[in-house]
Design a protein around this ligand. Structure first.
Ligand SMILES: NC(=O)c1ccc[n+]([C@@H]2O[C@H](COP(=O)([O-])OP(=O)(O)OC[C@H]3O[C@@H](n4cnc5c(N)ncnc54)[C@H](O)[C@@H]3O)[C@@H](O)[C@H]2O)c1
Length: 277
């Protein structure tokens, strides 16, 4: 894979923020971190457990991160410790990147009606939607001068995508949470937005059944007839988290090559996606 290039500059100079959700160098959160760093931001990172620390720590250290802490969003004590570390070191922050989601593999294949259990539903909504509310509340207490927050969502919240199942429901909740958070935090000068990215090959995406079909169909039928580039997602994050995004809040911004805008693909594109001449 070619090394990613991110526009450099000073848009985030003097800004500090927390990045939640880097698992490895392919994570969307890491591409966002690289872009923010290239514009002068100082970044703190969380990692989920020791196994991921081995991947996250070297990445975070490569951009001189002063705060690299464990965080399991289902555990209040872990969230307390994470935000206490942030408060102790920096006092205040300017932005939050929430790029966290999980649903059990058995929930992400086959039929929604048969495979969605009470426990699977609660866990997916807890990790993938409630965690943004919890993190936003904690982060907002360190944003006395205003700030900006983003989360990551996907079109499966608005329309049915095979195998996405309970995660689509969790993303719909996450997008609604984004609007409610934006309303609560707006008077304090804190903006809250979601980026709806097209499919990107990451650890999380590998858990969804029929991934190959999803990438192929997306590429053939998106307006741009290409899959989503991490650089585009990172660029949107920079816009939303910097002063460029002033006045933008409560928004779900699609970065998916225009896939969401197409109701019916061209016949040739559809045949190509299905491998038919
Ligand atoms: N990859 C895609 O195609 C795509 C498209 C649109 C949206 N998204 C969203 O982007 C976000 C990031 O996913 P990604 O694709 O970069 O995959 P990823 O696997 O790199 O990132 C997912 C992150 O969630 C973290 N996580 C899961 N459970 C957690 C818990 N209990 N506590 C703390 N952290 C936890 C993981 O540690 C990991 O860092 C997710 O919200 C995902 O739904 C992904």
């Amino acid at each position: 894979m070619a090394k990613r290039e991110f526009p450099t500059g000073t848009l985030m100079q003097g800004k500090r923020g927390l990045i939640m959700g880097v698992a490895n160098k392919n994570s969307i959160a890491w591409a966002i971190a690289e872009q923010l760093h290239a514009q002068g931001a100082e970044l703190a990172f969380t990692y989920q457990g020791e196994a991921l620390e081995r991947r996250v720590r070297p990445l975070a250290e490569s951009i001189n991160s002063p705060i690299i802490v464990p965080c399991d969003v289902t555990d209040d004590a872990s969230m307390d410790a994470c935000f206490a570390a942030l408060k102790d070191t920096w006092g205040e922050i300017d932005f939050l990147v929430h790029s966290v989601a999980f649903a059990g593999k058995e929930q992400l294949a086959g039929s929604f009606i048969d495979n969605t259990t009470r426990e699977g539903f609660a866990s997916a909504l807890n990790i993938s939607a409630y965690s943004f509310v919890d993190a936003a509340r904690r982060a907002s207490h360190m944003m006395s001068e205003g700030g900006s927050m983003i989360t990551m969502t996907y079109l499966g919240s608005e329309r049915v995508v095979p195998n996405y199942n309970v995660m689509g429901v969790a993303k719909a909740a996450l997008e609604a949470c984004t609007r409610y958070l934006a309303a609560d935090l707006g008077p304090r000068g804190i903006r809250v937005n979601a980026i709806s990215a097209g499919p990107i090959k990451t650890l999380a995406a590998a858990g969804i059944g029929s991934g190959r079909h999803m990438f192929r169909f997306n590429k053939a039928t998106a307006a741009m007839q290409e899959n989503t580039e991490l650089e585009g997602v990172a660029g949107a994050a920079l816009y939303l988290l910097s002063s460029l995004g002033t006045s933008c809040t409560g928004e779900t911004h699609h970065v998916d090559g225009g896939f969401h805008a197409i109701a019916m693909p061209q016949e040739a594109a559809l045949k190509a996606s299905l491998g038919i001449d």
